[in-house]
Every structure is written in structure tokens, then in C-alpha cells.
Design a protein around this ligand. Structure first.
Ligand SMILES: Cc1cc2nc3c(=O)[nH]c(=O)nc-3n(C[C@H](O)[C@H](O)[C@H](O)COP(=O)(O)O)c2cc1C
Ligand SMILES: [Fe+2]
Ligand SMILES: [Fe+2]
Length: 394
């Protein structure tokens, strides 16, 4: 896409990656993504805010050429991750006068990750500013969004916040600004769940910090620009601050249908008791959907057969992922089927140590579930209801 003017002298000059389907070799991208880079021209100096993924750096350079940019003074690096910073060495080679502006921590990381020369940096402290003449960039340190070196950039005169990954969405679109709020809400929640949720408490602090600024536009480095900032600020507020809801997330796997039978019965028992259930058949699940469901849920119940003495690897993967994402869960349990014996419960519960959950009694059926197993599931569903009531979830 060609450069797009946001305000006079402020341009989107990034790249839309329509066809990318996997991020960080982990995260599914059903809707692609974009790497948004922004050019801000002042009366005296010109700054580029964030770069693009190295696979798209040619597009960034073409956009700068199309705008006739002969000299860059500052390359603002809000974040050292390669999907934004990867183009820095190429941009610095093309613009020999440009200095990278970043936090001291980010400088170290850009030297380590991208071998940027030490003499190309200007480091900035929290709330420090850089003048472009008639325009002022203020840098807001915001560590752990989602790496330790991150900062946000605020263009004072225009009241535009450039928060890089914060508030971003993996969404390839030709819309410069948000038009389809439903679509962007889903993509931004997925992004929050996968990238930001593990840092929920620092996200809370950074949200409060952002609230101190008057903001007309939020221009993230993935997905469309928010011209109604309240839309994404209030969504983030509820994801990061709200208490978990009356929801059970049920990731499961079954090879020969015994666990599937348990899951079907358990889901019915929960729904009868007024509890919302989100069920995921792990071998065919988009893990982004699972991550999103974990944002709001009070309880997770993992369903697995016993395989080679322990959990099915797909269930172990889900447990490992849930533990790493650190959702605000209150309760957990395990259900499944086994043939002769194993260590499913010890193994899976041992993988959830980051979560501050109370473990509810597991239900394991020997072979195909019988009446007693289904009754045990009814009891577990009843206990989930009680626990949700007592903890104010329902
Ligand atoms: C490859 C494989 C390995 C298994 N390993 C174990 C095991 O170590 N311990 C055990 O109790 N059952 C083991 N089983 C038996 C299953 O746990 C049992 O058949 C269970 O009912 C399958 O549940 P499902 O129908 O939900 O797949 C194994 C089954 C398969 C296919
Ligand atoms: Fe990142
Ligand atoms: Fe990113």
C-alpha cells in the first residue's frame, strides 16, 4: 500500500502482510497482520516511528521514497522486537544522519539483536521530549508491554499516541482507521490474550499512565488506527481489570471418544446449572480462540485420555500454554479416560503452577464412561456452580 496521510505531514508508511498466517512461530494469524510505521514531519526535523518486519522493509523504503524523504533525523524505536525493529539497520544505512531514539534498555537489545552500532543512538528517559520544530514527541516509558524495553510515543500538538504493540491487532485491512468495530474488537482481544495477558498487572499500570494524556488518535503498530480511542481503551480496561465471568473453558482431546463422551455430559451438566461453556477440541483448535476464551473465564477444565502414562500431548500443550498466558482463572479441574493407569492429574496440575487456581476434584473414567462417572461429572458441575456463587462470579 502507498503512503497514507493521517494529518498534515503525518503519514502511515508501513506494510500490510495479508498472507502471513503464523507469528512468533506460534500464534495463528487468521486475518494476517500489518506493521505500521509512521512518518512525522516537523518544521525542522523528520521522525519515523517504528519500522516494519524485515521481510517488508522494501515497502517501507518505497513509501519513504514516494514521499520524497531525503533526510531522516530520528528513527523512534518503541520496541526492539524484529517485526518493528528488524528494518532499522536498512533504514539507518539509507539515511546516514538518522539516530535511533529509544529507552536505554532498548538500546542494549537493538545492539544485541540487530547489531546496530552504538554511536547511532539517542536514549531517552521517561517523559523526555524531542522537538521536530513545531511538533514535539514525548516518550512514555511503558516496560513489559510486552518486553522489558518498551515505550510509547506521544505527539503533543496533535494528541496522537503511538503505542507500538499496546492496543494493536493482528489484522490486515485496507482501512486506515477502524471501520468495522466488531472485527477489530475480536482481533484486538485475540492480540491482548496472546501477547499482553501474561503482563496483566503491568498493563493495568500502563493503562492508568495513558489515561493522563489527552488522546485524539491511537496509532498502533499492528492493525488499523483508532479514531475513537475510547473504544479500545475501555475494551482494554475490561480485559485487564474485570473480575472473571461465569464461564468454564474446556480444552479437550479424545482419541477413541471416551473423553469426548465425558465432555459432552459435563457440558450439559454445566449449562443446566446456568454456566457458560466454551469447548475446544484441541487437535483442530485455533489456539488464539482458546487464549481469547481464557481472558474472561473463571474456570478451566482440561479433558484428556491417558497416553503413555500421562496426558495426551495436545492436552499438555494446552496446559502449558494456559500456564504461560497467566489468565485470571480461579478454579481448575481435569477430566478424562484411562485404560490401566497413569499420572495425568499430577502431571497436568503440576503444569499450572503460575495460575492462582483452586483445583477441584478430577473425574477419571476407566474405559468408556459408565453411570457412576457421569454422576461424578454432575457433582463436579455442581461444585463449579457453588464455587462460582461463593466467589461472586455468578
Ligand atoms: C497410544 C495410546 C497410549 C495409551 N497409553 C495409556 C497409558 O499409558 N495408561 C493408560 O491408563 N491408558 C493408556 N491408553 C488407553 C487410553 O487411555 C484409553 O483407551 C482411554 O479410554 C482413551 O480415551 P479416549 O477414548 O478419550 O481417547 C493408551 C491408549 C493409546 C491409544
Ligand atoms: Fe512485540
Ligand atoms: Fe509487534
Amino acid at each position: 500500500m502507498r503512503p497514507r496521510e493521517i494529518r498534515h505531514g503525518i503519514y502511515w508508511v508501513g506494510a500490510v502482510d495479508w498472507d502471513r498466517r503464523l507469528f512468533d512461530s506460534l500464534i495463528p494469524l487468521p486475518d494476517g497482520t500489518s506493521y505500521n510505521s509512521y512518518l512525522v514531519q516537523g518544521s525542522q526535523k523528520t521522525a519515523l516511528i517504528d519500522g516494519v518486519d524485515p521481510t517488508k522493509e522494501r515497502l517501507l523504503l518505497e513509501n519513504l521514497d514516494a514521499l520524497g524523504v531525503k533526510k531522516l533525523d530520528y528513527l523512534i524505536a518503541n520496541h526492539a522486537e524484529q517485526d518493528h525493529a528488524g528494518a532499522i539497520p536498512t533504514v539507518l544505512a539509507r539515511y546516514p544522519d538518522a539516530k535511533v531514539v529509544c529507552t536505554p534498555r532498548c538500546k542494549g537489545m537493538l545492539v544485541d539483536l540487530l547489531m546496530v552500532a552504538e554511536d547511532r543512538f539517542i536514549t531517552v528517559e521517561d517523559k523526555e521530549t524531542v522537538s521536530l520544530g513545531d511538533r514535539t514527541l514525548e516518550f512514555i516509558h511503558a516496560p513489559w508491554v510486552h518486553w522489558p524495553e518498551t515505550m510509547l510515543t506521544y505527539l503533543r500538538e496533535e494528541k496522537i499516541l503511538f503505542p507500538c504493540d499496546f492496543f494493536g491487532s493482528h489484522l490486515a485491512t485496507s482501512d486506515l482507521f477502524v471501520t468495522d468495530e466488531g472485527q477489530v474488537y475480536e482481533a484486538a482481544k485475540r492480540y491482548y490474550a496472546e501477547i499482553m495477558m501474561p503482563f496483566r498487572t503491568t498493563i493495568q499500570k500502563n493503562l492508568e499512565k495513558v489515561r493522563e494524556y489527552q488522546i485524539d488518535l491511537i496509532a498502533p503498530s499492528h492493525g488499523p488506527i483508532y479514531n475513537k480511542p475510547e473504544f479500545i481503551l475501555s475494551a482494554y480496561h475490561s480485559w485487564a481489570f474485570d473480575e472473571p465471568k461465569n464461564i468454564v473453558v474446556l480444552p479437550y482431546v479424545s482419541m477413541h471418544d471416551s473423553t469426548r463422551r465425558l465432555v459432552a455430559h459435563f457440558v450439559g451438566a454445566l449449562v443446566e446449572r446456568g454456566i457458560t461453556v466454551k469447548q475446544f477440541d484441541l487437535p483442530v483448535t485455533d489456539i488464539g480462540k482458546l487464549a481469547m476464551a481464557l481472558v474472561d473465564a473463571a474456570t478451566v477444565v482440561i479433558g484428556t485420555p491417558t497416553v503413555l502414562g500421562g496426558a495426551h500431548p495436545a492436552a499438555a500443550y494446552a496446559a502449558f500454554l494456559a500456564n504461560a498466558l497467566r489468565p485470571n482463572l480461579k478454579f481448575a479441574s481435569i477430566i478424562g479416560s484411562y485404560g490401566w493407569g497413569g499420572k495425568v492429574v499430577e502431571q497436568l496440575s503440576g503444569m499450572l503452577t503460575n495460575l492462582k487456581v483452586e483445583l477441584l476434584p478430577p473425574v477419571l473414567a476407566k474405559g468408556y464412561p459408565r453411570e457412576a462417572d457421569l454422576k461424578a461429572l454432575d457433582s463436579l458441575a455442581e461444585m463449579v456452580r457453588q464455587k462460582h456463587r461463593e466467589s461472586g462470579v455468578m
